[in-house]
Write a protein that binds this ligand. Structure first.
Ligand code: BG6
Length: 480
């Protein structure tokens, strides 16, 4: 029987960003410093993110901080939103910078100027009939909560987060219905600094203990956000957000199959299991035992987690990962936070991320089979070097090819029976890379004239992919 491969008529096509990667204005409007503000740009960032010992101090003598200016969305949001509207966006994913609303994170009262900024942004989106899809915390908790409280390891942060979510749900109740709590919550397993607010520890056991304890606090906080959100905005949809990277065994040796499966359980499913099913999965007990992890769980925590699961799963998908139990002698790959061994069947991006559209279909099938809740692909895209031609055009056919194949995979997955509600491709406008702090790693349909050496005019320019994506949205994914 021929399938129709159609996207639902209310499918949320659009683009995605994060406050710290686009806004700039890092010390304007009463905003406090956050983690992203102290991360230097350039390749050294990745080491800071993944190795122990970062001190969270600004060192303006030695380092540059591209997030301070980012792409100046703080002042140019009207122009940018008009361009999104021209592409026909149905949805725009952005995050609220927690430290614009609570500059230190532990104040009693919010910063009105910060609240007003997002009112203006949401009004602008709604005027263009673009649905705001809001990440509550995307890699940038207030720095004060990091330096004074130790980030999410400290249970007190749950209270501050509750105050923050109550404030924003109340302020934006008439404007925002789609929310998600923590960006790529499972990234904390590998890179605690950005999402959990502390630097990785040298001692692996100590590190894991802190990471899982901090994640427990985020699970409770996320469930409380669902509770408060549904009370204040009864028709809201509040999701979790996970980085999903399907893990393939290198070959059919059962030892490697088991290894890949166990890595998937911990990295891909642990957080979703807690946030969607409302329970710690049983496989984690053995993991905790073997890694010497003992969680402090207070009375009532598990009940809250059980009672307030998320409404949908938002996921980022960039690549798959291939693993072998004993990878010695095999070539490694680069990757989004996690890397595995080289997959001989796949090509890679300019940054070495393996390109695998079929992996997206595998991911959507796997997630929907496991959870049966709506899925929303809120990140997917190709980070690449773009070139401005003599005539001023930017011919990013490689990006179009990447997106086309991933959109086809989504269409297939809809035929597979997956309840997929939307697609917001990552970095719809060029922005600062999260892992490297580079401008040159570009994802956008819109080029931003800003460069790693600090030069640039910040002017916006449409790439070839701009008109292509416009047509995709116009035809609801029929014309690719
Ligand atoms: C995701 C993050 O992991 O990947 C984004 O949620 C990030 O913040 C995106 O920008 C792409 O990664 P990178 O390192 O290329 O910016």
């Amino acid at each position: 029987m021929k399938q129709n491969k159609k996207f639902p008529s209310d499918f949320l096509w659009g683009g995605a960003t994060a406050a710290n990667q686009i806004e700039g204005g890092f010390n304007e409007g009463g905003k406090g410093l956050n983690i992203a503000d102290v991360l230097p740009g350039g390749k050294e960032r990745l080491a800071i993110l993944t190795e122990p010992g970062f001190d969270f101090k600004l060192d303006q003598e030695r380092c540059t901080y591209p997030n301070h200016q980012a792409i100046d969305f703080y002042h140019r949001y009207q122009e940018d939103i008009a361009l999104f509207a021209e592409m026909g966006f149905k949805a725009f994913r952005l995050s609220i910078a927690w430290s614009r609303i609570f500059p230190n994170g532990d104040e009693e009262e919010p910063n009105q100027e910060g609240l007003d900024f997002y009112h203006r942004v949401f009004d602008q989106l709604l005027e263009h009939n673009i649905v705001p899809v809001v990440t509550i915390s995307h890699y940038e908790m207030p720095l004060h909560l990091v330096t004074e409280y130790g980030g999410w390891r400290n249970r007190k942060v749950i209270k501050f987060f509750e105050r923050y979510v109550e404030t924003i749900f109340t302020a934006y109740q008439d404007k925002v219905k789609y929310w998600m709590t923590f960006n790529e919550i499972n990234s904390g397993l590998v890179m605690p600094i950005m999402s959990l607010g502390f630097s990785k520890k040298a001692n692996e056991q100590e590190n894991e203990q802190s990471v899982f304890q901090a994640l427990h606090h985020q699970f409770v906080a996320s469930s409380l956000a669902v509770k408060i959100g549904h009370e204040i905005i009864p028709d809201s949809k509040i999701g979790c957000m996970i980085i999903y990277t399907p893990i393939y065994p290198y070959d059919c040796d059962p030892v490697n199959v088991l290894d890949a499966l166990e890595k998937e359980q911990v990295f891909n499913y642990f957080c979703g299991d807690v946030q969607v099913r409302g329970e710690y999965p049983t496989f984690i007990n053995r993991y905790f035992k073997e890694h010497g992890i003992a969680l402090e769980i207070e009375a009532g925590d598990l009940e809250i987690i059980k009672q307030y699961p998320v409404d949908y799963i938002a996921l980022s998908y960039y690549m798959s990962r291939t693993e072998k139990a004993d990878p010695t002698d095999l070539e490694k790959t680069a990757g989004n936070i996690m890397s595995g061994v080289k997959n001989p069947h796949l090509k890679a991006s300019d940054w070495g991320w393996e390109i695998d559209p079929v992996g997206l279909r595998i991911s959507l099938k796997a997630l929907y089979d496991r959870y049966q809740v709506p899925l929303f692909v809120v990140e997917n895209g190709l980070g690449a070097y773009d070139k401005v031609e003599q005539d001023g055009s930017i011919q990013d056919d490689y990006r179009i090819d990447y997106l086309r194949e991933h959109i086809k995979a989504m269409a297939e997955s809809i035929d597979d029976g997956v309840d997929l509600i939307g697609y917001t491709s990552w970095g719809c406008i060029d922005l600062v890379s999260a892992s490297t702090g580079e401008y040159s790693k570009r994802y956008g349909f819109i080029y931003v004239d800003q460069h790693d050496d600090g030069t640039g005019t910040l002017a916006r320019k449409k790439k070839a992919s701009f008109d292509w994506y416009k047509q995709v949205i116009e035809t609801n994914g029929e014309k690719l």
